[in-house]
Design a protein around this ligand. Structure first.
Ligand SMILES: O=C(O)CCC(=O)C(=O)O
Length: 227
């Protein structure tokens, strides 16, 4: 059984814990949903170089929701397909609407980590073609949502966390289902797919607990098979 909210926060104690959860540990969120603790730690330098390169080519921006609200997370993309949102709805595009250019290539380190994480979580052969990248500042949040704009629902979502810690909400198949709360630390990788692929998830408003490398920022990128 997945651990409940209080179990996880008690297990890992304070979100201020500088080292985060023990690398190599695994938190089970569902039958086919895991947090692989610290899996990204050995490659964070390559990942952060990749992040810089993506941001240089496709700067972060605050997108509008279809309801006209400005998202509190700033977002961009890399890979063949990029996720965008505006007053007309959510969709994947091959080009960045700001520049008209193709989205930046997916850094090799992102794709390699995604394949490793997916394989560890029971999804061998994962080949992502899309990667929305979010930047959270203190107060930024992501409300409960399902990732359902991707064509390939057999493929998992692989979600990599860097920088400040945050609380991840992992709910059920209805928005009103109770949500588990899991701390996510620098280097943690969450994977959900199969029977858990369409579960609602989100992030509570991020508290300002500066990270030694990224300061008052949290970077999260999610690798997907969208096309
Ligand atoms: O920031 C996170 O940990 C989750 C990101 C997410 O749910 C998304 O980009 O759809």
């Amino acid at each position: 059984m997945p651990a409940g909210p209080s179990a996880n926060l008690e297990l890992f104690g304070s979100l201020d814990a500088p080292g985060g959860a023990a690398p190599g540990a695994q938190t089970r969120m569902g039958r086919q949903a895991w947090i692989l603790r610290g899996l990204a730690l050995p490659v964070t330098d390559a990942l952060l170089r990749g992040v810089d390169e993506v941001l240089r080519q496709a700067p972060l921006r605050h997108m509008l929701t279809p309801g006209g609200r400005r998202m509190s997370v700033a977002l961009t993309n890399c890979g063949a397909l990029g996720w965008t949102s505006d007053e007309h709805g959510y969709r994947y595009t091959r080009t960045d609407p700001l520049s008209g250019n193709p989205w930046p290539a997916m850094p090799a380190a992102f794709a390699e980590l995604a394949r490793l994480a997916a394989q560890r979580a029971g999804f061998a052969g994962f080949e992502p073609d899309a990667c929305p990248l979010n930047r959270y500042e203190p107060g930024s949040r992501l409300s409960l949502h399902q990732d359902r704009n991707e064509r390939d629902m057999d493929a998992p979502i692989v979600s990599v966390s860097l920088g400040m810690a945050a609380v991840f909400l992992f709910g059920g198949h209805a928005r009103t289902d109770p949500a588990q709360r899991h701390p996510l630390f620098h280097g943690d990788v969450a994977v959900w797919g199969g029977v858990d692929r369409l579960r609602y998830h989100g992030v509570l408003p991020v508290k300002d607990r500066p990270h030694p490398v990224l300061g008052s920022r949290r970077i999260n990128f999610t690798l997907r098979k969208a096309g």
